[in-house]
Design a protein around this ligand. Sequence first.
Ligand SMILES: C[S@@+](CC[C@H](N)C(=O)[O-])C[C@H]1O[C@@H](n2cnc3c(N)ncnc32)[C@H](O)[C@@H]1O
Length: 437
Amino acid sequence: MPGYDPVRDLRDSRNQSNSETRNSAQIEEDRPERMVESPITQGPLPNGTDQGAIPKESVTHGEGSMEPIAYQPTYRWSEPTTILTPMTIEEMERRRFRSKNPLRHKERNADESVGGRIRPYAEFNAENGSVAEHYNKRQNIDREARESSPIIPLKRFNNWIKSALIAMYAQPALGEHAQARVLEMGCGKGGDLMKWDRQHPSILVMIDVAEVSVDQARERYESGRFRWPASFFAFDCFREPLSSHIPQEILAAKFDTISLQFCMHYGWDTEEHARVMLENIAQNLRPGGTFIGTTPDSETLMGRLEAINSEAELSFGNENYRIEFEHRYEPGEKPFGNKYHFWLEDAVDDVPEYVVEWATFERLAEEYGLKLLYRSRFDQILADGYDKPRLRSLLERMRVVDPEQVAETGEVTPAMPASMWDVCTLYIGFAFEKVEL
Ligand SMILES: C[S@@+](CC[C@H](N)C(=O)[O-])C[C@H]1O[C@@H](n2cnc3c(N)ncnc32)[C@H](O)[C@@H]1O
């Protein structure tokens, strides 16, 4: 599928000049343990040495004894503008409990897996509940467990794709302002925190409909000791305006970048929900700011459905993924609400999604002052990124491609089985720029 990006050259040159002023490590994915500076002490602190992020000695002093505690805010939990009083001991304890109880999420997920594995597609049914319920049930696992996922090559590739979109289309918009403001809609468990950290935001606002995921994102942020403030909100941003949940102080200044990763397809059930989503983006993005995202490619989805020999058969996939449509529509017949069920090994268990028909999306986006900058399927983004030295080196560091294999074959193919590549090539990445209407 040909990638088309009429302003790529312009972006590339902006990106180039921008990146020269930044540290080369900024697009490096999943840095190992690092040293961070305390914003107050200015001294280096080993990252992750205290997952709760509250110095132990500031909480209790020995069995039963509660000495008066001086207000020494080594770390803030909220933006300076919103904190009025020091946290109470109970609040601190509640946070410690939330971050550290390893059983909490295990209990919640006790029935989710069979023999430690996600149940196969056939054992699930669509009545499992809403999208929020599905994501609330998914276990929060540590880095080591994440690395042992059976689809780790795919997850690494998806992470690289998001880093590439950020480097190509968020970084230029963020770099224009000293106050770089980022909004992530459908943030999940905060898997992109490190990616945003490299952009040195002045604030990151994260929203997800799944409350448990938002809690986990907040915990990840708190234990990461990032040097910029973040705010977290749990609500459905395809049904409600941002202003109904996010305080006006936060929304007063518009965002430079809004990101919607692997999420939009849950909101394409009705035109009304798609419009709420676009309204939320357009109203809160500054002119010149960028909206980036990833979603399944409608052409590829419909093409694979079309390729099935039997008219009666509505499902396709392989050992890593399965898609089952509810109906077969003619092209253009169902711009919203074309529903299918998606199962992805070790990630998504039969969750209803909707085809985001590209032509409809682009037309609607334009109505809201969002002008298309870039749209490419993931295989094309890989090709585009391989041409950029920094993104290429990130590909190699993240072990998405094997440089020896590329040298041998002369082809840029990712190091993963063909069945996983079939999943990757279902998706597109895109970028829009907000223009004055
Ligand atoms: C596949 S996950 C992607 C998470 C994250 N963006 C990432 O790339 O890792 C999709 C996320 O979208 C969230 N989501 C779905 N519908 C939503 C809605 N209407 N409002 C906010 N979040 C939503 C889900 O709860 C889930 O966390």
